[in-house]
Design a protein. Structure first.
Length: 305
């Protein structure tokens, strides 16, 4: 059985651009996109949401890339401007470790530079909040957990979590901030990670049911650490009697807090630096070397220490 579900919220195929790709760079950009898809296939990706920069060479090119991927492209609010039909799959249900996980994806039209942006040619966008409400209604009855691959931006993710109930996890893209301690907004966990392949994020979840709240295991560990400290103080003969009553009251409060956490959905989030300690997949390394021999080597991003 596969141990990790690998998902991404988009902007994988091209670097972030402010203007259309220059004509002289299109061939290199196209080949790099092909390289990315082959690498993601070898990496065991399960599903990818669409980012604004994934459309840098237009609708037809991205559809071509989706056919070369061994995993589905998802976008629930992106329509073909001619047919009016979704450009990619709008949702899917993955069976994973006994859980039925419903996954859908959203792309914000606000991330583009208006109607003149060539990336939006031939495309129509539906309103993200309305689509999210419909997706939750569609997935709720046939899944245990609902996951959104969001390319709306972090502020919009927070707004969406407030507005739409029933989304358990939002894996967000575009903004590219490092949320080592993900916030929980109305029982929705918000996840984000640094861009440019600097880190990989691993989210571990102990899931009881979709109705229980979510909490970070670091909260439980902090309670347990404080409880051990208080027990030590109460057992110590050096602790003044005047302080023992205060310590007992605090101990009772922490014990009640720990009891409330029992049966709730527990998660842990970790960021792994993708530095020299991470060995390259040999087949991916060959693909990268072949690309470099034709188009040169791009500068490596600096990973913060």
């Amino acid at each position: 059985m596969k141990e990790i579900l690998v998902v991404d919220a988009g902007d994988l195929l091209f670097k972030r651009l402010s203007w259309p790709i220059p004509e002289m760079e299109i061939k290199a950009a196209s080949q790099k996109a092909h390289l990315m898809i082959e690498s993601l296939n070898l990496s065991g990706y399960d599903v990818m949401g669409i980012g604004d920069d994934d459309l840098s060479l237009g609708k037809e090119f991205l559809v071509e890339m989706s056919k070369k991927a061994n995993f589905p492209f998802l976008c629930s609010n992106l329509l073909d401007g001619e047919s009016g039909k979704p450009l990619f799959e709008t949702s899917l249900v993955k069976e994973f470790k006994g859980l039925r996980i419903g996954i859908f994806a959203l792309l914000s039209p606000d991330l583009f530079q208006g109607p003149s942006d060539p990336r939006t040619k031939g495309l129509t966008f539906q309103k993200p909040v309305e689509v999210a409400q419909g997706m939750v209604k569609e997935l709720r009855g046939k899944t245990d957990l609902i996951l959104l691959l969001s390319h709306l931006g972090y502020q919009a993710d927070m707004t969406l979590a407030q507005a739409v109930s029933g989304i358990h996890l939002i894996v967000g893209g575009h903004t590219g901030i490092n949320l080592l301690y993900p916030p929980v907004i109305k029982d929705t966990v918000l996840l984000q990670n640094n861009p440019k392949g600097m880190y990989g994020a691993k989210f571990d979840l102990t899931f009881y049911n979709g109705e229980s709240p979510f909490y970070n295991i670091t909260t439980k560990r902090a309670y347990e650490g404080n409880l051990n400290r208080l027990n030590g103080l109460l057992m110590s003969k050096e602790t003044p009697e005047t302080q023992r009553a205060q310590y007992r009251t605090e101990k009772e409060r922490i014990e009640k807090s720990l009891q409330k956490l029992q049966g709730q959905n527990e998660f842990a989030n970790a960021m792994v630096p993708l530095d020299e300690k991470i060995h390259d997949h040999p087949d991916i390394a060959k693909l990268v070397d072949a690309y470099k021999s034709n188009f040169g080597e791009a500068p490596k991003p600096v990973i913060p220490k």
